[in-house]
Design a protein around this ligand. Structure first.
Ligand code: NAP
Length: 280
Protein backbone atom coordinates (compact mmCIF):
# COMPACT_ATOMS: atom_id res chain seq x y z
CA UNK A 1 0.00 0.00 0.00
CA UNK A 2 1.32 3.41 -0.95
CA UNK A 3 1.82 6.33 1.39
CA UNK A 4 -0.92 8.85 0.54
CA UNK A 5 0.64 12.28 0.17
CA UNK A 6 -2.27 14.42 1.31
CA UNK A 7 -2.22 18.14 0.66
CA UNK A 8 -3.88 19.27 3.91
CA UNK A 9 -0.87 18.84 6.25
CA UNK A 10 1.34 20.64 3.73
CA UNK A 11 -1.12 23.53 3.45
CA UNK A 12 -1.55 23.64 7.25
CA UNK A 13 2.22 23.87 7.84
CA UNK A 14 2.54 26.66 5.26
CA UNK A 15 -0.47 28.48 6.71
CA UNK A 16 0.91 28.42 10.25
CA UNK A 17 4.18 30.04 9.16
CA UNK A 18 2.33 32.61 7.05
CA UNK A 19 0.08 33.68 9.95
CA UNK A 20 3.20 34.63 11.90
CA UNK A 21 4.64 36.55 8.94
CA UNK A 22 1.33 38.39 8.37
CA UNK A 23 1.31 39.44 12.03
CA UNK A 24 4.80 40.93 11.70
CA UNK A 25 3.69 42.87 8.61
CA UNK A 26 0.59 44.16 10.43
CA UNK A 27 2.72 45.30 13.37
CA UNK A 28 4.47 47.53 10.81
CA UNK A 29 1.11 48.85 9.53
CA UNK A 30 1.32 46.81 6.33
CA UNK A 31 -1.88 44.91 5.51
CA UNK A 32 -0.96 42.18 3.02
CA UNK A 33 -3.55 42.39 0.25
CA UNK A 34 -4.45 40.21 -2.73
CA UNK A 35 -6.54 41.40 -5.67
CA UNK A 36 -8.56 38.73 -7.47
CA UNK A 37 -9.78 39.49 -10.99
CA UNK A 38 -12.58 37.29 -12.31
CA UNK A 39 -14.28 37.71 -15.67
CA UNK A 40 -17.55 35.76 -15.94
CA UNK A 41 -19.12 33.15 -13.68
CA UNK A 42 -17.29 29.90 -14.46
CA UNK A 43 -17.87 27.45 -11.57
CA UNK A 44 -14.17 26.43 -11.55
CA UNK A 45 -13.10 30.08 -11.19
CA UNK A 46 -15.64 30.76 -8.45
CA UNK A 47 -14.55 27.65 -6.56
CA UNK A 48 -10.86 28.63 -6.75
CA UNK A 49 -11.71 32.21 -5.75
CA UNK A 50 -13.66 30.93 -2.73
CA UNK A 51 -10.80 28.64 -1.67
CA UNK A 52 -8.20 31.39 -2.12
CA UNK A 53 -10.33 33.89 -0.18
CA UNK A 54 -10.81 31.48 2.75
CA UNK A 55 -7.09 30.69 2.88
CA UNK A 56 -6.16 34.38 2.79
CA UNK A 57 -8.67 35.30 5.51
CA UNK A 58 -7.25 32.57 7.75
CA UNK A 59 -3.76 33.99 7.36
CA UNK A 60 -4.73 37.65 7.70
CA UNK A 61 -4.45 38.66 4.06
CA UNK A 62 -7.09 41.11 2.79
CA UNK A 63 -8.77 40.21 -0.49
CA UNK A 64 -10.12 42.80 -2.93
CA UNK A 65 -12.31 41.33 -5.66
CA UNK A 66 -12.69 42.76 -9.14
CA UNK A 67 -15.54 40.89 -10.83
CA UNK A 68 -16.47 41.67 -14.40
CA UNK A 69 -19.20 40.25 -16.66
CA UNK A 70 -18.35 37.70 -19.33
CA UNK A 71 -18.81 40.32 -22.04
CA UNK A 72 -16.65 43.03 -20.40
CA UNK A 73 -14.71 45.02 -23.00
CA UNK A 74 -10.97 44.55 -23.36
CA UNK A 75 -10.44 48.14 -22.25
CA UNK A 76 -12.47 47.57 -19.09
CA UNK A 77 -10.44 44.49 -18.18
CA UNK A 78 -7.14 46.26 -18.86
CA UNK A 79 -8.28 49.27 -16.81
CA UNK A 80 -8.90 47.00 -13.83
CA UNK A 81 -5.33 45.67 -14.12
CA UNK A 82 -4.00 49.25 -14.42
CA UNK A 83 -6.00 50.23 -11.30
CA UNK A 84 -4.45 47.30 -9.41
CA UNK A 85 -0.95 48.24 -10.63
CA UNK A 86 -1.44 51.79 -9.35
CA UNK A 87 -2.94 50.84 -5.98
CA UNK A 88 -0.06 50.70 -3.51
CA UNK A 89 -2.27 48.97 -0.91
CA UNK A 90 -2.43 45.86 -3.18
CA UNK A 91 0.62 43.56 -3.06
CA UNK A 92 -0.40 40.67 -5.29
CA UNK A 93 -2.86 40.05 -8.12
CA UNK A 94 -4.47 36.80 -9.22
CA UNK A 95 -6.24 36.87 -12.57
CA UNK A 96 -8.44 33.80 -12.95
CA UNK A 97 -7.51 32.24 -16.28
CA UNK A 98 -8.22 31.45 -19.01
CA UNK A 99 -9.88 34.79 -19.77
CA UNK A 100 -12.77 34.71 -22.29
CA UNK A 101 -10.40 35.42 -25.15
CA UNK A 102 -6.72 34.75 -25.77
CA UNK A 103 -5.88 38.25 -26.99
CA UNK A 104 -7.11 39.95 -23.83
CA UNK A 105 -5.32 37.36 -21.72
CA UNK A 106 -2.04 38.13 -23.50
CA UNK A 107 -2.60 41.87 -23.08
CA UNK A 108 -3.44 41.46 -19.36
CA UNK A 109 -0.30 39.36 -18.88
CA UNK A 110 1.74 42.08 -20.54
CA UNK A 111 0.56 44.99 -18.41
CA UNK A 112 0.38 43.43 -14.93
CA UNK A 113 3.17 44.81 -12.78
CA UNK A 114 5.77 42.01 -12.34
CA UNK A 115 6.09 42.86 -8.63
CA UNK A 116 2.38 41.97 -8.14
CA UNK A 117 2.45 38.89 -10.37
CA UNK A 118 1.98 36.22 -7.69
CA UNK A 119 0.94 33.45 -10.14
CA UNK A 120 3.55 33.84 -12.88
CA UNK A 121 1.39 35.44 -15.59
CA UNK A 122 3.98 37.80 -17.01
CA UNK A 123 6.87 37.04 -19.33
CA UNK A 124 9.22 38.58 -16.75
CA UNK A 125 8.13 36.12 -14.03
CA UNK A 126 8.43 33.18 -16.40
CA UNK A 127 11.90 34.34 -17.41
CA UNK A 128 12.89 34.52 -13.75
CA UNK A 129 11.66 30.95 -13.14
CA UNK A 130 13.42 29.69 -16.27
CA UNK A 131 16.68 31.43 -15.34
CA UNK A 132 16.37 30.21 -11.75
CA UNK A 133 16.84 33.82 -10.55
CA UNK A 134 14.29 33.66 -7.75
CA UNK A 135 13.10 37.27 -8.11
CA UNK A 136 9.73 36.36 -9.71
CA UNK A 137 6.97 34.14 -8.31
CA UNK A 138 6.59 30.63 -9.73
CA UNK A 139 3.17 29.41 -10.91
CA UNK A 140 1.29 28.41 -7.75
CA UNK A 141 0.35 24.89 -8.92
CA UNK A 142 3.90 24.06 -10.04
CA UNK A 143 5.24 25.38 -6.72
CA UNK A 144 2.59 23.34 -4.85
CA UNK A 145 4.08 20.14 -6.33
CA UNK A 146 7.51 21.10 -4.96
CA UNK A 147 6.04 21.99 -1.56
CA UNK A 148 4.47 18.51 -1.34
CA UNK A 149 7.68 16.74 -2.34
CA UNK A 150 9.68 18.80 0.18
CA UNK A 151 7.16 18.38 3.00
CA UNK A 152 7.20 14.58 2.65
CA UNK A 153 11.00 14.56 2.49
CA UNK A 154 11.38 13.37 -1.10
CA UNK A 155 14.99 13.94 -2.21
CA UNK A 156 15.08 15.46 -5.72
CA UNK A 157 18.79 15.71 -6.45
CA UNK A 158 19.87 13.23 -9.10
CA UNK A 159 16.36 11.76 -9.48
CA UNK A 160 14.92 10.80 -12.87
CA UNK A 161 11.54 12.52 -13.14
CA UNK A 162 8.97 12.22 -15.92
CA UNK A 163 6.84 15.37 -16.18
CA UNK A 164 3.73 14.60 -18.26
CA UNK A 165 2.30 17.80 -19.79
CA UNK A 166 4.17 20.88 -21.01
CA UNK A 167 1.72 23.75 -20.42
CA UNK A 168 3.18 27.13 -19.48
CA UNK A 169 1.27 27.14 -16.19
CA UNK A 170 2.37 23.73 -14.91
CA UNK A 171 4.56 21.24 -16.81
CA UNK A 172 7.10 23.49 -18.48
CA UNK A 173 7.98 25.75 -15.53
CA UNK A 174 7.86 22.78 -13.15
CA UNK A 175 10.38 20.87 -15.26
CA UNK A 176 12.78 23.83 -14.98
CA UNK A 177 12.15 24.22 -11.24
CA UNK A 178 12.98 20.53 -10.79
CA UNK A 179 16.14 20.92 -12.87
CA UNK A 180 17.11 23.82 -10.64
CA UNK A 181 16.90 21.29 -7.80
CA UNK A 182 19.33 19.01 -9.69
CA UNK A 183 16.80 16.45 -10.88
CA UNK A 184 16.97 15.01 -14.40
CA UNK A 185 13.74 15.61 -16.30
CA UNK A 186 12.04 13.93 -19.21
CA UNK A 187 9.49 16.45 -20.44
CA UNK A 188 6.61 14.54 -22.06
CA UNK A 189 3.65 15.72 -24.15
CA UNK A 190 1.01 14.46 -26.54
CA UNK A 191 3.57 13.62 -29.23
CA UNK A 192 5.96 11.75 -26.94
CA UNK A 193 6.67 8.20 -28.08
CA UNK A 194 6.94 5.34 -25.55
CA UNK A 195 5.31 7.42 -22.81
CA UNK A 196 4.51 4.31 -20.77
CA UNK A 197 8.13 3.11 -20.91
CA UNK A 198 9.56 6.55 -20.05
CA UNK A 199 7.18 6.77 -17.11
CA UNK A 200 7.97 3.24 -15.87
CA UNK A 201 11.70 4.02 -15.98
CA UNK A 202 11.34 7.19 -13.88
CA UNK A 203 11.62 7.42 -10.12
CA UNK A 204 9.02 10.17 -9.85
CA UNK A 205 6.09 10.85 -12.21
CA UNK A 206 4.30 14.19 -12.24
CA UNK A 207 1.09 13.96 -14.25
CA UNK A 208 -0.36 17.26 -15.51
CA UNK A 209 -2.16 16.43 -18.75
CA UNK A 210 -5.85 16.88 -17.98
CA UNK A 211 -6.92 13.33 -18.98
CA UNK A 212 -9.06 11.46 -16.47
CA UNK A 213 -7.32 8.33 -15.08
CA UNK A 214 -4.87 8.22 -18.01
CA UNK A 215 -1.86 7.02 -16.01
CA UNK A 216 -2.67 3.40 -15.22
CA UNK A 217 -0.65 0.37 -14.12
CA UNK A 218 1.15 0.25 -17.49
CA UNK A 219 2.93 3.54 -16.66
CA UNK A 220 4.23 2.65 -13.25
CA UNK A 221 6.70 0.52 -11.36
CA UNK A 222 7.14 -0.38 -7.69
CA UNK A 223 8.95 2.23 -5.57
CA UNK A 224 7.82 5.25 -7.57
CA UNK A 225 6.42 8.51 -6.23
CA UNK A 226 3.45 9.87 -8.17
CA UNK A 227 2.23 13.48 -8.06
CA UNK A 228 -1.19 13.85 -9.70
CA UNK A 229 -1.92 17.44 -10.73
CA UNK A 230 -4.95 16.66 -12.89
CA UNK A 231 -8.42 17.83 -11.97
CA UNK A 232 -10.92 16.03 -14.17
CA UNK A 233 -14.38 14.53 -14.02
CA UNK A 234 -14.72 10.80 -14.70
CA UNK A 235 -17.52 8.99 -16.57
CA UNK A 236 -19.58 8.81 -13.39
CA UNK A 237 -19.30 12.59 -12.93
CA UNK A 238 -16.85 12.22 -10.02
CA UNK A 239 -13.77 14.41 -9.55
CA UNK A 240 -10.58 12.51 -10.41
CA UNK A 241 -6.97 13.07 -11.37
CA UNK A 242 -4.83 12.09 -14.36
CA UNK A 243 -3.86 8.94 -12.45
CA UNK A 244 -5.97 5.80 -12.13
CA UNK A 245 -5.57 5.88 -8.37
CA UNK A 246 -7.17 2.52 -7.54
CA UNK A 247 -4.85 0.70 -9.96
CA UNK A 248 -1.66 2.62 -9.16
CA UNK A 249 -1.87 2.94 -5.37
CA UNK A 250 -1.27 -0.75 -4.51
CA UNK A 251 1.99 -0.75 -6.53
CA UNK A 252 3.82 2.57 -5.98
CA UNK A 253 5.65 3.92 -2.92
CA UNK A 254 3.62 7.13 -2.58
CA UNK A 255 0.89 8.99 -4.46
CA UNK A 256 -1.11 12.20 -4.07
CA UNK A 257 -4.92 11.83 -4.01
CA UNK A 258 -7.43 13.82 -6.09
CA UNK A 259 -9.22 15.63 -4.58
CA UNK A 260 -7.26 16.60 -1.42
CA UNK A 261 -3.82 16.52 -3.02
CA UNK A 262 -2.01 19.18 -5.06
CA UNK A 263 -5.12 21.35 -5.39
CA UNK A 264 -5.37 21.88 -1.64
CA UNK A 265 -1.80 23.25 -1.47
CA UNK A 266 -2.16 25.72 -4.36
CA UNK A 267 -4.02 28.42 -2.41
CA UNK A 268 -1.47 28.22 0.43
CA UNK A 269 1.30 28.84 -2.12
CA UNK A 270 -0.66 31.79 -3.51
CA UNK A 271 -0.91 33.23 0.02
CA UNK A 272 2.84 32.66 0.52
CA UNK A 273 3.57 34.69 -2.60
CA UNK A 274 1.31 37.55 -1.42
CA UNK A 275 3.11 37.66 1.95
CA UNK A 276 6.47 37.69 0.15
CA UNK A 277 5.29 40.50 -2.13
CA UNK A 278 4.14 42.53 0.92
CA UNK A 279 7.47 41.88 2.67
CA UNK A 280 9.39 43.09 -0.41
P1 NAP B 1 -3.21 22.02 -20.75
O1 NAP B 1 -2.82 23.45 -20.92
O2 NAP B 1 -4.37 21.48 -21.52
O3 NAP B 1 -1.92 21.15 -21.10
C1 NAP B 1 -1.99 19.76 -21.13
C2 NAP B 1 -0.64 19.19 -21.49
O4 NAP B 1 -0.75 17.76 -21.46
C3 NAP B 1 -0.13 19.56 -22.88
O5 NAP B 1 1.25 19.83 -22.83
C4 NAP B 1 -0.41 18.32 -23.71
O6 NAP B 1 0.52 18.08 -24.74
C5 NAP B 1 -0.27 17.22 -22.68
N1 NAP B 1 -1.05 16.06 -23.04
C6 NAP B 1 -2.38 16.01 -23.36
N2 NAP B 1 -2.73 14.74 -23.66
C7 NAP B 1 -1.62 13.99 -23.53
C8 NAP B 1 -1.35 12.62 -23.72
N3 NAP B 1 -2.29 11.77 -24.11
N4 NAP B 1 -0.10 12.18 -23.47
C9 NAP B 1 0.88 13.03 -23.09
N5 NAP B 1 0.69 14.37 -22.89
C10 NAP B 1 -0.56 14.82 -23.12
O7 NAP B 1 -3.52 21.68 -19.24
P2 NAP B 1 -2.99 22.39 -17.87
O8 NAP B 1 -3.62 23.73 -17.74
O9 NAP B 1 -1.52 22.25 -17.78
O10 NAP B 1 -3.68 21.45 -16.79
C11 NAP B 1 -3.36 20.07 -16.68
C12 NAP B 1 -4.24 19.45 -15.62
O11 NAP B 1 -3.97 20.07 -14.36
C13 NAP B 1 -5.74 19.64 -15.84
O12 NAP B 1 -6.43 18.49 -15.41
C14 NAP B 1 -6.09 20.81 -14.94
O13 NAP B 1 -7.45 20.80 -14.53
C15 NAP B 1 -5.19 20.53 -13.78
N6 NAP B 1 -4.89 21.68 -12.92
C16 NAP B 1 -4.77 21.46 -11.60
C17 NAP B 1 -4.47 22.49 -10.72
C18 NAP B 1 -4.31 22.18 -9.26
O14 NAP B 1 -4.23 23.11 -8.45
N7 NAP B 1 -4.21 20.90 -8.89
C19 NAP B 1 -4.29 23.78 -11.21
C20 NAP B 1 -4.38 24.00 -12.58
C21 NAP B 1 -4.68 22.94 -13.44
P3 NAP B 1 0.71 19.06 -26.01
O15 NAP B 1 1.51 20.21 -25.51
O16 NAP B 1 1.45 18.22 -27.00
O17 NAP B 1 -0.66 19.44 -26.46
Amino acid sequence: MAEILKGAPVAAALTEKLIARAEILKSKNINPTLAIVRVGEKPGDISYETGATKRCEKIGIDVKKFILPDDASHEKILNVIREINNDSSIHGCLVLRPLPDKKIEEAACEILSPSKDVDCMTAGSLASVFAGRGDGYAPCTAQACLEILDFYGVELEGKNIAVLGRSLVIGRPLSIMLQNRNATITMCHSKTRDLEKISRNSEIIIAAIGRAKFVDKNFIAPGQIIIDVGINVDEAGKLCGDVKFEEVEPIVKAVTPVPAGVGSVTTAVLAKHVIEAAER
